[in-house]
Design a binder for this molecule. Structure first.
Ligand code: SF4
Length: 402
């Protein structure tokens, strides 16, 4: 395998390996995994083994791809309490690339067929605008000098300028503007030098404005959609706070996706003794955010308990149905699409299949639902009526493992 990148760049990439693994790079966090095993099967030379740990398999608009997670610099002048790169943290080895150097390293890895995509971020030295310029310089080289057309996901720095955002959205497939906290108070507790409204939320609004404007004035000129990420559970933030902000962003800024990064303590940070957040909380937040984005739920309808958190033992749709549908099951032959999608086991595709099928005949057995492709029919059974009757409970093997 011929890989022409300077040995220095290998060493530096190996040093930032795993350093930015806490950020989501693709469309589906559940599908992100280290690509090392697959790539090792391709006889990767020993001297670039370290680089493999910067490569992650992620879901992109072009399918599942191995992408390089890279940072222009791991040095930072800010002091976010949860972050391994925070200023003054001795345990973090600092690595800095010149934009051309990183672009060249990426091009070499693309040509060696080790990666097909990049997630590019950076620590901040000299302010967010300067850091953003370096990210943009690097991706300009990747797109123009190396003519790379594949997946590029760029991080937008706090305080980046409007024109920088426009350029980033022209060059990248995704941009991340991470709010980190659910609101201004939570961000102050997490990252006291970042300004929620001025440096972050406005940029998400700008991203929406830029897309809308381009849609009318120059269709096709903007390729990127915006995503954001929250740090979950380090400062007592509730699911209600996180999902209220998520809902606001989906409805007001056209956000593509909210990512939830459960808090994990990092040594030598002010939060090193704060307890880690269980993975199941992250999962429940994703399930609830899909109900908001894809199932047209309002945040007030989500089944929060006590101080505003979701149950961990059961998914939010099921928790809601237990409370509302046991006594008032949904008649499948008459329900609207929206009401069908409230039933556990029935999503948009199953609801559409039901709407189509009932135009031509009756659906009176659970097996009728299965025949038209409702794979979650068994899970739906306790919450529905079929031709006015409650179906008998009979979980199939496939329902049981859904
Ligand atoms: S600005 Fe980014 S890199 Fe710097 S400390 Fe905060 S989260 Fe970490």
């Amino acid at each position: 395998m011929d890989i022409r990148i300077a040995p220095d760049a290998f060493v530096k990439l190996a040093q930032i390996a795993d350093a930015n693994a806490y950020e989501r790079a693709g469309d589906n966090p559940a599908a992100e995994s280290h690509a090392a095993l697959t790539l090792e099967q391709q006889n990767v030379p020993l001297n670039i083994k370290g680089v493999l740990s910067c490569i992650t398999e992620v879901a992109t608009p072009h399918g599942q791809k191995p992408i390089l997670r890279a940072m222009i610099t791991t040095a930072c002048e800010l002091n976010c309490y949860y972050c391994p790169f925070r200023a003054g943290r001795a345990a973090m080895r600092r690595v800095t690339f010149k934009p051309e150097e990183l672009a060249h390293a990426f091009d070499s890895l693309v040509r060696a067929k080790l990666v097909d995509g990049i997630f590019l971020s950076s620590g901040i030295i000299g302010g967010g605008i300067k850091a953003q310029d370096k990210i943009l310089d690097c991706v300009e080289i990747i797109r123009h000098k190396y003519a790379y057309e594949g997946y590029v996901h760029l991080k937008i720095m706090p305080g980046a300028e409007y024109d920088q955002l426009v350029r980033a959205m022209q060059l990248a497939d995704r941009i991340s503007i991470n709010l980190e906290g659910a609101n201004e108070t939570r961000l102050d507790q997490l990252a006291p030098k970042k300004n929620f409204e001025e440096q972050l939320l406005t940029r998400l609004c700008w991203a929406h404005e830029i897309r809308e404007k381009a849609h009318h004035e120059a269709p096709g000129s903007i390729r990127a959609g915006a995503v954001t990420q929250f740090v979950v559970g380090a400062v007592g933030d509730t699911d209600l706070e996180l999902l209220s902000m998520t809902d606001h962003l989906y409805t007001q800024t056209g956000l593509r996706r909210a990512y939830y990064s459960r808090f994990n303590p990092v040594i030598e940070t002010p939060f090193e003794n704060v307890a880690a957040v269980p993975a199941i909380r992250e999962r429940r937040l994703y399930e609830a955010s899909f109900l908001l984005r894809d199932y047209a739920w309002d945040v007030e309808e989500l089944p929060f308990e006590g101080e505003g958190n979701l149950r961990l033992d059961v998914d939010p749709k099921r928790a809601w149905a237990d409370e509302h549908l046991h006594e008032a099951p949904v008649e499948v032959m008459q329900a609207t699409r929206r009401d069908l999608m409230r039933i556990p086991g029935i999503g948009p595709r199953s609801a559409d299949a039901i709407l189509r099928a009932r135009r031509y005949g009756r659906l009176s057995e659970v097996s009728d639902l299965r025949k038209i492709g409702v794979t979650g029919a068994g899970r739906a059974a306790p919450f529905i009526l079929l031709d006015g009757k409650r179906p008998p409970r009979q979980l199939s093997f496939f329902d049981a493992i859904e």
